[in-house]
Design a protein around this ligand. Structure first.
Ligand code: AHR
Length: 658
């Protein structure tokens, strides 16, 4: 009896597999459907996991303005170092330090900065040190050193320079340093040179690699920005995430504090400092050095539509349960003004207040802002009643801007069910859905958007990731399920206008949340399987959806489809078919391509495939190339049917050209 049951099961499984394998899927090349929005596949950026300070923003000095609540956090001192807050050069960052002679030749006065998880330098690369200094009593001297405290050499210094401080008034001094060795746990030291002066005042101490993204002084880490560019993203959402909200109103992200000269941008608490006490970073603050100007500039650099998210007058509803912590509904004017002024900052003429500031920062042309999200992951009537006045004012004053509301933190359930109809009632253009969900959820959601109304408010899948078992760096199987799920986004491009995986970056020594798309330490970075999935979509986004069905149904991991998920788009003359085989078996995949003209067959096929040595395989900083897409091309002559073999657990992008 037992034996009979087992063989019956095998026969049934084979029959089901056969249903997927035997019948060709029908692809209607002659029936292009919805347009795929150019914003369809994008990126979400938040300063979480030391993604900005200590990450993309290439500043190497932590607490450079001595403005952390503990003014000398990140610094060690020797001799006479005094923190002062009167008559500094920057009104919003009043603190600076006074280095005074100890009065004794054998006693040094010095400062040492620990950087973000170390001051990490590469041999023979150039680094720019700068500081605002003055010598109130006349000339003085400091020595700047990049040092390796663990060195067994006679000297710990890897590079050093002396600066003559000749000005009685505040002035910016800059020197270049070229370290002799690569060191990951180095420090930056500043010595008062004895006995030339009595004291020197020092403020805004900064160290950047000269080799930044686009060579910009005070710019972004080249490898990390390049990785973003290489995704070919259509949209760039910033600056979060929960940091938009803050735990209390003063901690919320205020974009106006992040524009203008970096030296005068006030710091802000980073709420990820203590969100999880199991991953506690008491030194996590936002310098604002990567601010709204830089975000817009980066969006432009990488060819993505900028999508800022603004506070709606609510603090984080997860973290703060005090109803009075939010802004009263009748006191939202400042928040609404922030939205209006932001539009002016991005798009306004140089004769406007905020447009003039943009121009003074180096970008007289508008940034072409088209999208604005109001509120991050909010819920309940408290959100709806605050969003409503924003919508009213923005519609009147800026009908050209698409407004994005939210469906809350959950992919379904009460909050979600309440908010969607409310968002439709308010007629927002898009609703931001978030889903950090397990493997089973992703496998079951292939047709999620097939069921959505086709008209009105569209979907922005603004934060999502498959949280696979173990939550490693980003192992392969969850990434494969993300690829599978995304075929459903693509098939429903008439409903889904944009989608952004989250979070984007994580420092291996400073993360609070995983999985993440790109991991890095101070000297290296690594692209995960999820990165490559996003990249394959970004590079093969297409322009129009092509109908693709199997036995009349979408290919969405449905019963009898043996774990297959597939979608198709056209791009110019090309046809792009994406197929995820989530099953543990290889299987044939055939297409009956309708509507091809005999005279104009498909003649070239490029096959790009992502597979891995196992479900748990993952790239690491030490082995970053274990998993990466591989492309082959071949000549073909296709006017109708075509078939191929799909490896088990694979994601394949077929691009057919004429
Ligand atoms: O991406 C991490 C966090 O997840 C975001 O800050 C928040 O919006 C969501 O809860």
């Amino acid at each position: 009896m037992k034996r009979f049951t087992l063989s019956a099961a095998i026969v049934l499984a084979a029959a089901l597999t056969g249903a997927a394998a035997g019948t060709p899927a029908v692809l209607r090349a002659d029936k292009p459907g919805a347009e795929v929005s150019p914003t369809m596949y994008g990126i979400f950026f938040e300063d979480i996991n030391f993604g900005a300070d200590g990450g993309l923003y290439a500043e190497m000095v932590k607490n450079r303005s001595f403005e952390f609540p503990n003014s000398l956090q990140g610094w060690k001192t020797a001799g006479k170092v005094e923190v002062r807050d009167q008559d500094g050069p920057f009104d919003r960052n009043p603190h600076y330090v006074r280095l005074s002679s100890s009065g004794h030749r054998e006693k040094s006065t010095a400062l040492e900065n620990e950087g973000f998880f170390g001051v990490s330098v590469k041999a023979d690369s150039l680094y720019r040190f700068s500081a605002y200094m003055r010598a109130p009593e006349g000339a003085g001297k400091i020595r700047v050193e990049l040092s390796d405290p663990a060195s067994m050499d006679e000297t710990q210094a890897l590079a050093s320079q002396t600066i003559e401080v000749s000005s009685r008034d505040w002035q910016k001094y800059t020197v270049e340093l070229r370290p002799s060795r690569t060191v990951s746990k180095g420090v930056l030291r500043i010595f008062l040179v004895h006995p030339d002066n009595h004291f020197i005042d020092v403020e805004h101490v900064s160290l950047f690699p000269a080799d930044t993204w686009k060579g910009r002084e005070g710019g972004l880490r080249r490898d990390l920005a390049q990785a973003l560019y290489d995704l070919n993203p259509g949209v760039f959402r910033f600056p979060g995430g929960c940091i938009v909200e803050g735990t209390e109103l003063p901690d919320r992200y205020q974009w106006k504090n992040t524009v203008g000269p970096v030296e005068n941008r006030p710091i802000n608490l980073n709420r990820w400092q203590s969100t999880f006490l199991s991953r506690f970073y008491p030194d996590y603050f936002q310098s604002g050095g990567l601010g709204f100007y830089e975000y817009f500039q980066l969006a432009e650099d990488i060819g993505a539509a900028p999508l800022p998210v603004l506070n709606v007058g609510l603090v984080c509803q997860f973290q703060n349960h005090d109803a009075d912590a939010h802004v009263p509904v009748d006191s939202l004017q400042q928040y609404i003004d922030d939205a209006l002024d932001l539009i002016e900052f991005a798009n306004g003429g140089t004769d406007t207040e905020w447009g003039a500031l943009r121009a003074s920062m180096g970008h007289p042309e508008p940034f072409g802002l088209k999208y604005l999200a109001v509120g991050n992951e909010q819920w309940g009537p408290e959100y709806v009643e605050r969003l409503a006045p924003f919508v009213e004012v923005l519609r009147k004053q800026h009908p050209e801007i698409k407004i994005i509301g939210t469906s809350g933190p959950d992919s379904e359930g009460d909050k979600f069910e309440y908010l969607w109809p409310e968002m439709r009632r308010l007629k927002v253009d898009l609703v931001d859905e978030h889903f950090y969900r397990p493997e089973s959820w992703f496998l079951s959601q292939g047709t999620r958007y097939d069921k959505y109304p086709r008209k009105g408010t569209k979907v922005f899948a603004g934060e999502y990731a498959c949280h696979g078992k173990g939550k490693k760096y980003n192992h392969f199987y969850p990434a494969l399920l993300e690829a599978a799920f995304m075929t459903g986004l693509e098939r429903n491009a008439d409903v889904v206008e944009m989608a952004t995986y989250a979070p984007l970056f994580a420092h291996v020594e400073g993360w609070q949340w995983r999985p993440d798309m790109i991991w890095f330490d101070n000297l290296r970075s690594m692209k995960t399987s999820s990165y490559y999935v996003q990249q394959l979509y970004g590079l093969n986004a297409g322009e129009r959806v092509l109908p693709l069905t199997l036995d009349g149904r979408p290919i969405a991991g449905l019963e009898g489809q043996n774990g297959l998920f597939a979608s198709a788009v056209s791009e110019g003359q090309d046809i792009i078919v994406k197929v995820a085989n989530t099953s543990e078996t290889a299987q044939p995949f055939s297409l009956d391509i309708k509507g091809l003209k005999k005279k104009s067959p498909l003649t070239r096929l490029s096959v790009t495939r992502l597979t891995a040595p196992g479900d748990d395989a993952e790239n690491t900083l030490d082995n970053p190339g274990l998993i990466a897409p591989v492309t082959t091309t071949e000549a073909v002559d296709i006017t109708g049917e075509w078939s191929a073999e799909l490896p088990a657990r694979s994601f394949t992008v077929y691009r057919f050209s004429r």
